[in-house]
Write a protein that binds this ligand. Structure first.
Ligand code: SF4
Length: 403
């Protein structure tokens, strides 16, 4: 059995570092234009060069999302950007538009992965894209396990599927709702997540009167999808022979990326080491519960047609408060140097999520600033704080307030 790649989102350089350090084999990012996250913290050209260097130094892979549906006017700039990506050394680009794919094949040597946005739902389409030169197909999220197996059996291209993260209520993001309601086009990276809004019914003669579409007294979120989590079926996913398991979330936090990647890294390794003894560990489920998420669903994977929407609220469950990143650790004095990300103070409980080691918790008993002066709280973003820790702690551990 071949171990599949674990592919994680890199919303910015810090998230890219976290994803790789916590165990992703590969990351995907968007540049300032042409990817489907126009409001994300996207990478400048200089940052792309830095990201490629960092990723390749770890022996891992980096893919660029160029998955907008392009207009004629985009192509001059696109040509320049694609050539830049080729020279920069990214390992593949993700495309959905046939025009972008054709251009990339003509003017670069970039590997091409067909984005989920292209909605490949059958092996005929997968083979078509493969024959056009795509080395990998990211399948539509709307497929069952049997359909995935059928595509695998009939198409020689690598297959990638989403295993974790937010879902769209429309076909893998090909959606006009946001554009219709706000003018912002999801197919050009500007989705306003209109499917998550609260909807009411209005009778045309009763201006301003909103009648609830009753799910409960709070209203109805009829298009608000639950979040995908295929961890309980990971063994089956791996046995299906797909090449890459993808985590959604370029807009998610460092805490989210690190926590989810760590869980899937451990689970994939555990399964591949001994499939017969594999079982889902409680600590993995606990960690997936600590990151911000909506209730989980297996989506379309089982083909059981169970409800995948949440009607009561569109708000994700709050995650454990993210307090800071461990930048240094002095084993002689058992002191960790933390870069602040959320306010913390003496007396609070802190939990450390480590890239490799176990999670541990302790009380913050003492704090000093960068000059060694005693302080009692750290209210400023990126403030450097030194504090004693009960156990050795790895660099890049995340300090959080337990929920
Ligand atoms: S509005 Fe919702 S369904 Fe449509 S693209 Fe955005 S997230 Fe997806």
């Amino acid at each position: 059995m071949t171990k599949p790649e674990l592919l994680a989102p890199a919303g910015n350089f810090e998230k890219l570092q976290a994803a790789l350090i916590y165990g992703a084999d590969a990351v995907y990012f968007g540049g300032e234009n042409f990817s489907l996250r126009a409001f994300g913290d996207n990478f400048t050209r200089e940052e792309i060069l830095q990201a490629v260097e960092f990723t390749h130094a770890l022996g891992k892979k980096i893919y660029a999302a160029v998955n907008i549906y392009a207009r004629n006017a985009d192509f001059d700039e696109l040509a320049d950007y694609l050539k830049f990506l080729d020279t920069a050394g990214v390992d593949a680009i993700l495309v959905s538009d046939l025009g972008v794919m054709t251009l990339a094949r003509k003017i670069t040597n970039l590997q091409i992965h067909v984005s989920t946005q292209a909605n490949v739902t059958n092996f005929h389409a997968a083979k078509f894209f493969h024959e056009l030169g795509a080395s990998r197909i990211v399948l539509a999220r709307e497929l069952t396990r049997d359909e995935i197996a059928d595509i695998k059996a009939n198409c020689a291209a690598e297959l990638e599927i989403f295993v974790h993260g937010a879902m769209c209520i429309s076909y893998s993001g090909r959606c006009w709702l946001s554009k219709f309601l706000t003018g912002r086009d999801a197919n050009r990276g500007a989705c306003t997540h209109s499917c998550r809004w609260k909807y009411n019914l209005v009778e045309e003669m009763r201006d301003g009167e909103f009648f609830p579409v009753a799910s409960d007294e709070r209203g109805s979120y009829v298009m608000n999808s639950k979040d995908l989590c295929l961890l309980p079926y990971l063994g089956e996913v791996i046995k299906s022979g797909v090449s890459s398991l993808k985590i959604e979330g370029r807009m998610k936090s460092v805490n989210y990326v690190a926590g989810v990647v760590k869980v899937y890294r451990a689970a994939i390794d555990s399964f591949c080491e001994n499939p017969d003894a594999f079982e889902i560990r409680g600590e993995w489920l606990d960690e997936l519960d600590k990151v911000a998420h909506r209730p989980y669903t297996t989506g379309f994977f089982l083909g059981d047609g169970k409800s995948t929407e949440i009607y009561s609220t569109s708000k994700p469950k709050r995650s454990a408060n993210f307090l800071g990143i461990v930048r240094e650790f002095d084993a002689d004095t058992m002191t960790a140097t933390i870069e602040q990300r959320g306010k913390f103070s003496v007396g609070m409980q802190a939990e450390f999520l480590q890239p490799h080691g176990e999670i541990f918790s302790q009380t913050i008993t003492e704090m000093r600033d960068a000059d060694g002066v005693e302080i009692f709280s750290a209210p400023h973003a990126q403030q450097i704080v030194k504090l004693p820790v009960d156990k050795p702690v790895e660099i890049w551990s995340l300090m959080r307030e337990p929920t």
